[in-house]
Design a protein around this ligand. Sequence first.
Ligand SMILES: NC(=O)c1ccc[n+]([C@@H]2O[C@H](COP(=O)([O-])OP(=O)(O)OC[C@H]3O[C@@H](n4cnc5c(N)ncnc54)[C@H](OP(=O)(O)O)[C@@H]3O)[C@@H](O)[C@H]2O)c1
Length: 234
Amino acid sequence: MKKIAIVTGAARGLGKALALKLAENNVFVILAVRSVEKAVPVLEEIVKNGGEGVIKQCDISEIASIEKFAADIAKEYSHIDIVLNCAAISIDNGATIENLPYETVEKTMATNFYGTLWMCKMLLPLLRKSADARVVNFSSGLGQLTVPRMGENPSYSMSKTIVNAITKIMADEEKDTNIIVTSVDPGWVLTDMGGPNAMLTIAEGIDTPFWLATTDAKNLVSGEMYKERQILGW
Ligand SMILES: NC(=O)c1ccc[n+]([C@@H]2O[C@H](COP(=O)([O-])OP(=O)(O)OC[C@H]3O[C@@H](n4cnc5c(N)ncnc54)[C@H](OP(=O)(O)O)[C@@H]3O)[C@@H](O)[C@H]2O)c1
């Protein structure tokens, strides 16, 4: 039986590439996107390549939208094997705490923090029904606390530090279940968010998150952040 994956932000960037790669590898992919229209070409490509999936509307910055999404999924699927919490925004480039608008912080946290947390919370019952479940939360080197600061994106950086906290806490709470929860730093990747100077291709950027979603559970430590298939630390 095919594994079932949910990929947020699957209409472009790393989310799209991961949806395509999972489908190519015999995984049924639920494309969780805020614009269904934008995801249609992705699903068409999946089907053209012999894969299977569906598109579901989900705006992760709206708790009600996540709750409706999860309720619909629960009606249609007995379990979920993989959740890739990929969708995020980065809208405070060059800002400092001194000049940071409240609305920027609010929007960033609504998407990157609350969105990731609520996807984890609302999908937990379906993940517990999988024999081998994975949650991969997209973090960033900008969210690390033990290395020199890498970018001037205060609310984005804080949101990714909180994503790491979600990973750590959920992994601990689920330690006696079949759910492995990890954070991933995909590296600096050539996407809309990464910009044109990024060092990695999209194919390189999805290598570790794809591996976290699909490798044998014995290769992974739940509650850790990974980069280049290695534990990165915080
Ligand atoms: N690229 C990098 O260098 C880099 C580095 C470190 C970490 N990351 C992380 O990797 C992940 C993917 O990044 P990316 O480079 O692929 O970003 P991207 O190209 O900017 O794509 C972001 C995706 O998130 C979706 N999204 C944003 N807000 C949403 C919402 N409220 N509801 C649902 N979907 C929403 C977007 O959907 P729409 O198409 O509807 O806008 C889009 O599909 C992010 O978590 C990012 O923080 C990226």
